[in-house]
Write a protein that binds this ligand. Structure first.
Ligand code: ATP
Ligand code: MG
Length: 256
């Protein structure tokens, strides 16, 4: 794991971010760091501001004030495509996989045709073969276990779908993967598969994750660091090694 004292390991700094929606102050000055190769959990009660913050980091919303610093440089993401281009990928709770498409098509969704233009589209069969090969290789290299890349997503379990969505994000997200409630819709065994996959991608591929979760067991298991939001404010940043589940919950509820 990255050493928090080493400045070169700093991947993302969120600095004094505020966000107003009209009269609603959703975020009131949030500051925290994400080191390269660590899993940071973003927790807080309903309405605390988690999704708003993640949407700012991923270019869906613009902050009212404050800075996003990636690899030591301030970045401005006017839209999600700008965040993608900088290697920041987000997997939302509603996965946005297309049921009727196969795994490879889902991984390349929205990125395939523009690249090859009209001629590429005419040669669609060849492109798809190459996409499937590349997808199978990419998922295998990430140790992501899914059925054949030709299997339609509608035939897959929730855990397999989540694996495809994370696999897609991994294929494009070179810097940071943001997961919004990755296990909320999953059963016990599928949850275990997804958590193990996150740990493996961190430990073996050095990937960096920012994970929103309401599940304290999940958080306590995978997170290296826990950032707690409460009513739009930063309540605490806790190192897993130095805290307890009770303390995290106390910060969430305001008992602390
Ligand atoms: N587009 C919007 N327009 C107006 N208010 C908004 C908008 N999006 C979020 N808010 C408000 O901002 C606050 C934070 O909402 P947000 O969705 O970020 O919370 P959250 O921590 O993700 O909650 P949950 O755990 O329920 O998903 C809430 O008061 C919410 O009503
Ligand atoms: Mg939310």
């Amino acid at each position: 794991m990255a050493d928090s004292g080493d400045l070169t390991s700093l991947l993302l700094r969120v600095e004094a971010i505020t966000k107003n929606f009209g009269a609603v102050q959703a975020l009131k000055g949030i500051t925290f760091d994400v080191e390269r190769g660590e899993v940071v959990a973003l927790v807080g009660d309903n309405g605390a501001g988690k999704s708003t913050l993640v949407k700012i980091i991923s270019g869906v919303y613009q902050p009212t004030s404050g800075k996003i610093i990636l690899n030591g440089r301030e970045v401005h993401f006017p839209n999600p495509a700008a965040a993608h281009a900088a290697g920041v990928e987000t997997v939302y709770q509603h996965l946005a996989l297309i049921e009727e498409l196969d795994v490879a098509d889902n991984v390349y969704l929205g990125r395939e045709t523009t690249k090859y233009g009209v001629i590429g589209r005419m040669m669609g069969v060849l492109d798809r073969r190459q996409m499937r090969r590349a997808t199978a290789a990419a998922l295998e290299s990430l140790h992501i276990k899914i059925p054949a890349p030709t299997m339609p997503v509608r035939m897959m379990s929730g855990g397999q779908r989540q694996a495809v969505a994370i696999g897609r994000a991994m294929t494009w997200g070179r810097q940071l993967l943001i997961l919004d409630e990755p296990t909320a819709a999953l059963g016990v065994e599928e949850t275990e598969q997804v958590l193990a996959m996150i740990e493996r991608l961190r430990d073996e591929a050095g990937m960096t994750f920012l994970v929103i979760s309401h599940n304290m067991q999940d958080v306590y298991r995978i997170a290296d660091k826990i950032v707690v939001l409460r009513q739009g404010r930063h309540a605490a940043t806790l190192r897993k090694q130095e805290t307890t589940m009770e303390e995290i919950v106390a910060y969430i509820t305001g008992a602390k």
